[in-house]
Design a protein around this ligand. Structure first.
Ligand code: NAG
Ligand code: NAG
Ligand code: NAG
Ligand code: NAG
Ligand code: NAG
Ligand code: NAG
Ligand code: NAG
Length: 500
């Protein structure tokens, strides 16, 4: 009799303890489930960036899982809409042209609007960034560039989205944001360790970034030394510091460079009604209006310039001559530092892998040199393209429109000279250039990096993410809680059996 009471007492204590444990487990489970509910509510988020370049505007729609917003490589491109009509730097000249441009904007906005669930519209940030075309206009006619931006702001803020800003971004920002985009998409910036903590990937290397637009070109890459100067940027991403060299060359985009080259060819000719153009293929001829070459800050108007003057050019397909004309638009002599690219611009030696996108990619693709290539191969393919007669070229490269096809002889020489003579890529380092348009189906360009930086999605510091917000971790906790409850119930049953 005396031995039975302590057993019953112990049994009751044990039962209470077990119940307590069970309720704790249940609580944890509920907390986890609630957290999950919150996830589904905020799931996908969206952001819109309009890239207003010198030849046109492009509208990009991005999406990402809301709870992962601060991770690297999770943002993807959903839609890339090409705005028809004139580029924004040519607005406010002709009302009829402007009307077409607004229709172009609205067409893309319609598509973007359809792609975002209506309840997310007001939380979707919208940015517009204008690049070299507007930088040039700002130099030439500040009032008009301000007017254009004002009317764009007015239009964009009338849309159902969370409009942030429309502004001209500087060449250095453009270079740096392109570098952020490439490295963000490659997942170079952040890694999660075993304990679900964000860390800087050990021994991680970043990739350099090279952008070739219509009116400017940018290079950006990480360097080891902390050098000082306007082209050396010190940025902190996810708590880790980087030294990035970046430079933007205004007027050295593909279209403006072409104008400088055409001017050189015209200056060297005797008869404007019959100009031999070594950069055009055999069998090709064209009449060019003076204003299309000289109505820019990048070329100097000749004496007695008349905008309507016509130049007749005949292709002579002289690759060597074209090469030397292209090379002559760079100044390789002026340099007050130990290393320069061109035009007296200091640049440390290129190191590491590079992504070469936009115009670099299109040119390489026309030469069938996309992806990685060999310096000599690339050089040889340029000569080959220059020497192919026009009729043959059109058949061979039927997938390129004639408007662009006629530019690839000079374009190939231009890209080759810019990279080899300008940036000083040699036989070894050339192999590290990746001519690519996209990473993980998302276009490489400044726009994604710009949005990430403006919305603080690549913060300079990372907060430690509490483990429960990770769905996998939460799932595991949930599983363990369930197991605990089952075990507790079983143990309880066994206890009751032994007690009585
Ligand atoms: C991302 O990081 C920024 C800056 O640290 C912070 O303000 C923001 O709340 C974070 N967002 C999420 C979803 O963790
Ligand atoms: C909008 O989307 C439709 C259907 O996908 C497409 O046919 C159209 O070209 C798009 N509009 C623009 C301006 O890209
Ligand atoms: C620019 O606008 C300001 C006032 O807004 C005016 O005073 C100035 O003359 C304008 N400049 C040109 C070049 O039109
Ligand atoms: C918009 O951008 C301009 C130029 O970068 C800046 O001066 C201005 O403060 C920005 N406005 C807002 C509301 O962020
Ligand atoms: C210019 O090209 C056209 C065909 O594109 C050809 O008919 C014409 O003869 C050419 N003119 C000259 C002067 O080469
Ligand atoms: C180069 O481009 C062609 C045509 O777009 C494509 O089929 C090929 O896979 C690309 N090569 C590389 C290495 O990216
Ligand atoms: C490219 O090829 C041409 C001959 O076609 C040659 O003269 C030139 O030196 C080559 N350039 C380089 C950097 O190898």
């Amino acid at each position: 009799m005396a031995s039975k009471r302590p057993i019953g007492y112990k049994c009751r204590i044990a039962s209470v303890l077990l119940l307590l444990l069970a309720s704790i487990a249940a609580l944890v489970a509920v907390a986890v489930i609630q957290d999950k509910w919150k996830f589904t509510q905020y799931s996908i988020q969206y952001g819109i960036v309009i890239d207003s370049g010198s030849s046109r505007s492009n509208m990009y729609l991005y999406e990402w899982p809301g709870e992962k917003q601060n991770e690297t490589g999770v943002v993807t491109e959903v839609l890339n809409c090409r705005v028809s009509g004139t580029p924004i730097s040519e607005m406010k000249v002709d009302p009829q042209q402007d009307a077409k441009s607004w229709i172009g904007f609205q067409a893309c906005i319609d598509n973007v609007t359809k792609a975002i669930p209506a309840e997310k519209h007001k939380n979707t940030p919208l940015f517009l960034g204008a690049t070299a075309g507007m930088r040039l206009l700002h130099e030439k006619d500040e009032n008009r560039s301000n007017e254009i931006l004002e009317s764009l702001k007015e239009y964009l803020s009338s849309l159902p989205f969370n409009f942030q800003n429309a502004s001209i971004i500087s060449g250095q920002e453009e270079g740096l944001y392109g570098w952020v985009t490439a490295n963000y998409l490659m997942g170079n910036l952040l890694e999660k360790n075993l304990w679900n903590r964000y860390i800087h990937p050990e021994g991680a290397k970043t990739v350099g970034s090279m952008d070739l637009g219509g009116a400017s070109t940018q290079i950006a890459f990480e360097i080891q030394d902390e050098l000082q100067g306007p082209d050396y940027k010190h940025v902190k991403l996810y708590g880790y510091p980087y030294n990035v060299y970046t430079h933007s060359f205004l007027c050295y985009g593909k279209n403006e460079a072409e104008k400088i080259i055409l001017d050189k060819i015209i200056q060297g000719a005797y008869d404007p009604t019959n100009i031999a153009n070594p950069c055009y293929p055999e069998g090709f001829n064209i009449t060019i209006t003076a204003s299309s070459i000289y109505d820019t800050e990048c070329t100097k108007k000749p004496e007695g310039y008349s905008p309507d003057q016509k130049f007749f050019m005949v292709g002579t397909a002289d690759s060597e001559m074209c090469r030397s004309i292209v090379k002559s638009i760079f100044d390789f002599k002026t340099c007050s530092s130990s290393h320069c690219s061109f035009n007296g611009v200091e640049q440390p030696p290129v190191t590491g892998d590079f992504k070469a996108y936009a115009g670099f990619f299109y040119t390489a693709r026309a030469l069938l040199m996309n992806g990685t290539s060999d310096l000599d191969q690339f050089n040889a393919s340029v000569s080959k393209l220059c020497h192919t007669p026009w009729t043959e070229l059109r058949k061979e490269k039927y997938w390129i429109s004639e408007k662009y096809l006629k530019t690839y002889c000079y374009g190939g020489h231009y890209v080759f000279s810019l990279l080899a003579d300008g940036y000083k890529f040699d036989k070894e380092t050339w192999k590290n250039i990746y001519f690519e348009e996209k990473i993980k189906k998302t276009s490489i360009g400044w726009s994604l990096g710009y949005m990430l930086s403006m919305s603080n999605m690549v913060p300079s510091e990372v907060k430690e993410i509490p483990p429960l917000t990770d769905p996998v971790f939460a799932g595991l906790i949930f599983l363990f809680s369930a197991l605990t409850i089952i075990t507790v119930v079983l143990v309880f049953i066994i206890f009751i059996r032994t007690c009585y």
